[in-house]
Design a protein around this ligand. Structure first.
Ligand code: PMP
Length: 424
């Protein structure tokens, strides 16, 4: 392990001050308040801060660390590529990119075969929106309230939370937001002017919301009826997080476009992608192969990481592990909920994408602070502060899950006592 800094307290204070002055004063205050230090070293499901404190990572970088931190096979693949050619010339064939596209084509649902690589989830959504508009020649896109598709202007136009949207309006025209999980609401807006419906198989930042079983099948039918494109945003749910390789697999639905990011980089490199059927691809790139491009997109380092990540997911049975540990965790969390129904409203989710909804956002915040003090990192969902998310690496063991459960139960008990003392 790389040695810890010599004077960790002073080092931590300096980094906090730099963050406050040069990066984000508000965020620095929040991190200080939560007693968080400087991240220094990470391995598997664990992170150590500069003071040598060890944390079980139950946030998983918003769901990015499916393989945990620094998975040796991904690190090795990236190091190998680093000595060959890390960044693309953009003028020659690119082997890691081509191989990763082939691998994804084998894994993606239905007839989806072709992929464009970018650098983040938001960029993946940008591309999907452009593709839907180009392929259909239509403008209108139906999205959902509470959805999270990114914060760049195009993806933000799809995202469904006012607090992030309002300050930047007017956003892209033609976006309609309807309640999530409500196919009738989509039916009421879908028409011959609609380019696409964009939807998360489980709303992640919206509070880990699982839709009714017939929701995605009905959206599929509706899109077929009007020849609209069904974009499934798998940025958070993709690659095993929900206990199946794709979130959409739980419903058996075959989308037209899939967006991906987070886990695709194996927790080592940033990468995003959008993929579609050959027919849609022809509509997008048929006339002009440079219609959509990115300098960094498809770079060798990121694609080497992606290839290694997909191999690890298969070889190590991470999808099955997510399903197996996820079911145990869900059960354990529901037992805690049953003990404190006045404090916790609901526990829900699939695989290792689990949300715990508190009656008040403050209850969740207090619980998170207590969990961090006890060595488990957790956080709330960005569009729903009442919900703590449990999105640990898919490599976690039963022992890790038991430890997290025990810490969660203790933290809830302490937080609830504190709330009762304040209210008394
Ligand atoms: N789509 C979904 C479903 C997401 O959860 C996120 C990120 N939480 C994004 C898109 C945006 O990804 P990024 O932060 O990489 O831009």
């Amino acid at each position: 392990m790389v040695p810890f800094p010599e004077n960790p307290e002073a080092f931590t204070e300096t980094i906090a001050e730099l963050t406050e002055r040069y990066l984000n004063p508000g965020l620095a205050k929040v991190l200080r308040f939560a007693g968080l230090g400087v991240e220094w070293y990470a391995e598997g499901a664990y992170i150590w801060d500069a003071q040598g404190r060890k944390f079980l990572d139950f946030l998983g970088g918003y769901g990015m660390f499916a393989l945990g931190h620094r998975h040796p096979k991904v690190v090795e693949a990236v190091k190998r590529q680093l000595d060959l050619m890390p960044m693309p010339s953009k003028i020659m064939f690119n082997a890691p990119q081509a191989k990763l596209a082939e691998k994804l084509a084998q894994l993606l649902p239905g007839a989806i075969e072709c992929t464009f690589f970018c650098n983040s989830g938001a960029e993946a959504v940008e591309g999907a929106i452009k593709l839907a508009r180009k392929a259909t020649g239509r403008v209108k896109i139906i999205s959902t309230i509470g959805s999270y598709h990114g914060k760049t202007l195009g993806s933000l136009s799809a995202s469904g939370r006012e607090v992030y949207r309002k300050p930047f309006e007017p956003l892209l025209p033609g976006f309609v937001h309807v309640p999530y999980g409500d196919a009738d609401a989509v039916a009421a807006h879908l028409d011959e002017h609609t380019a696409a419906v964009i939807v998360e198989p489980i709303q992640g930042e919206g509070g880990i919301r699982v839709p009714p079983d017939d929701y995605l099948p009905r959206l599929r039918e509706l899109c077929d009826r009007y020849n609209a494109v069904l974009i499934v945003d798998e940025v958070q749910t993709g690659l095993g997080r929900t206990g199946k390789l794709w979130g959409v697999e739980h419903s058996g639905v075959q989308p037209d476009v899939v967006t991906l990011a987070k886990s695709l980089g194996g927790g080592v490199m940033p990468i995003g992608s959008f993929s579609a059927t050959p027919k849609l691809w022809e509509e997008m790139f048929g006339e002009n192969p440079l219609l959509h491009t990115s300098t960094f997109g498809g770079n060798e380092l990121a694609c080497a990481a992606g290839l290694a990540a997909l191999e690890v997911i298969e070889q190590e049975g991470l999808v099955e592990n997510a399903r197996h540990i996820g079911a145990k965790l869900l059960h354990g969390l529901r037992q805690v909920q049953a003990e404190y129904p006045d404090f916790i409203q609901e526990v829900r989710g699939r695989g290792l994408m689990i949300g715990v909804e508190f009656h008040e956002a403050d209850y969740g915040e207090l619980t998170i602070t207590n969990m961090i003090q006890r060595g488990v990192i957790a956080a709330y969902t960005l569009n729903n502060p009442k919900v703590i998310r449990m999105e640990p690496p898919l490599i976690i063991t039963e022992r890790d899950a038991e430890f997290a459960l025990q810490v969660f139960a203790e933290s809830v008990a302490v937080a609830r006592e504190l709330v009762q003392a304040v209210l008394a």
